[in-house]
Design a protein around this ligand. Sequence first.
Ligand SMILES: *[C@@H]1O[C@H](CO)[C@@H](O)[C@H](O)[C@H]1NC(C)=O
Ligand SMILES: *[C@@H]1O[C@H](CO)[C@@H](O)[C@H](O)[C@H]1NC(C)=O
Ligand SMILES: *[C@@H]1O[C@H](CO)[C@@H](O)[C@H](O)[C@H]1NC(C)=O
Ligand SMILES: *[C@@H]1O[C@H](CO)[C@@H](O)[C@H](O)[C@H]1NC(C)=O
Ligand SMILES: *[C@@H]1O[C@H](CO)[C@@H](O)[C@H](O)[C@H]1NC(C)=O
Length: 442
Amino acid sequence: MKPTHLTLLLACTGLAQSQPPPPGFPVSLNSTLSTTGTHNVRIDTGTYGCPVEEYHYFYDQWPIGLAVSRQGRVFTCYTRGDYAYTLGEVVSLTAEAAYPSLELNTPPAGLVLGEGGGGVAGVPFGSADSTHFISVQALYVTPDDTLWVLDTGRPTVNASTSSPSMPYAAPGGPKLVAINLTTNAVARTYTFPVDVHYPDSYMNDLRFDQRRNATESGQGIAYIVDSSDEGRNGFIVLDLGTGESWRQLDQHPSTLRVAEAVPSYQGLPFYLRRKGKAVDFLQEGLDGAELSLYGDVMYYSPLTSNSLYSIETKYLRANPNEKPQAFKAAFDNVKSLGQRGGNANGFAGDSLGNVYMLMPEHNGVFIYNSTLGQTVPFVRDPRILWPDSANAGWDGYLYMTINQLPYQPNWNDGVDDRVHPGLILRARMPDGAGKSTVLFDG
Ligand SMILES: *[C@@H]1O[C@H](CO)[C@@H](O)[C@H](O)[C@H]1NC(C)=O
Ligand SMILES: *[C@@H]1O[C@H](CO)[C@@H](O)[C@H](O)[C@H]1NC(C)=O
Ligand SMILES: *[C@@H]1O[C@H](CO)[C@@H](O)[C@H](O)[C@H]1NC(C)=O
Ligand SMILES: *[C@@H]1O[C@H](CO)[C@@H](O)[C@H](O)[C@H]1NC(C)=O
Ligand SMILES: *[C@@H]1O[C@H](CO)[C@@H](O)[C@H](O)[C@H]1NC(C)=O
């Protein structure tokens, strides 16, 4: 048989138990094309791949990130805003609760320092509170059962009005917090100097290499992406032993937004429409990032790009404060892997080295296969209305949050066109894949 795009589809033979498709779900999931109707015309069904299951419904706060623990606990985060909490745990099919407590989600002095609070007249700054959560963007659970919480320190002010805005970060507010999932207590907190996390930085996602040999300090390293829509993009690299951090690929073209990008969602060309401002384009830079199975390569891309890039992680780990050539060496070693078939949002990885890429224009998820040097289809489904963040569970499922982001007021001329519920969807990963524990010395 002549190979086609669909013969590249991966078999639904994951570790996870097979489940019947939800009621009303098309049975012929392996075909994106169907013939139906009185004239038997061919249509695009909008689906392919393994069945996509509805795991959780959000009826209150709209989610951003998620992480699944070894015991199957599911944690979610929400950027805020006027939400009561920014870090939560799923407690039932339709509810979440503040985690680890409402108190830790409530900075006593509020979410913002107030105008001029950062020392610049008339310029609002986010809270500098490093012991309470301000606005959590991303989560990750490492194999030692630590929940890592990435707080941007940049809440949205006037969130409930039609003209929300985001204050700058004050040092202390943007932080990485480790929570021990056995004790549910904060184990460590890392903050960043102002020349590593700029006032206009926005930490969007994070990955870990916790092997003892990853750094001299022996306690592992974190790779964080700065997706700032104010344009200074790059990686923030953090030595988890010393707490020292540095930037790499700062404003390298592969980390910057693509100018004048006009993606389409649900078949509709998308321009950024902010209330009271001229029609614009999505501005986020470096967003999706995932490590190769053995941690030697970082795959990444800006939100508005059709291209995938990679760099050997040794260049990111090299600290420019110690090695004067390290910054240029990283610039010189970025690899373009070509186009992948659309813009991608968050990435995820599994125990087989698959790099999943969430594809908001296609209501689907693609996989970059480094052996083939190509992207292959994984799942597509009409319920995947802006897949924001994905996570491989120990149970063999890929979990993802769905939050209808293009319909939020801040992108939609002040109008909230999102319709509850938001979702956590999940699909079985191929070939028995599960959570990767390779980058952790047990
Ligand atoms: C999709 O195709 C694969 C391989 O041909 C098969 O094993 C699997 O059962 C099919 N899945 C569905 C839902 O039809
Ligand atoms: C928030 O809204 C109030 C009232 O409309 C306005 O005075 C204030 O300037 C706004 N703040 C920001 C940072 O936009
Ligand atoms: C988490 O806490 C438990 C109980 O105190 C302890 O045994 C475990 O080592 C802690 N985990 C980490 C990663 O330190
Ligand atoms: C750490 O050791 C593993 C093998 O145990 C090796 O594959 C990896 O490249 C090493 N990492 C570094 C940064 O040296
Ligand atoms: C990638 O494609 C190759 C060749 O088809 C296949 O053997 C491999 O299982 C695929 N997956 C990964 C993770 O490499």
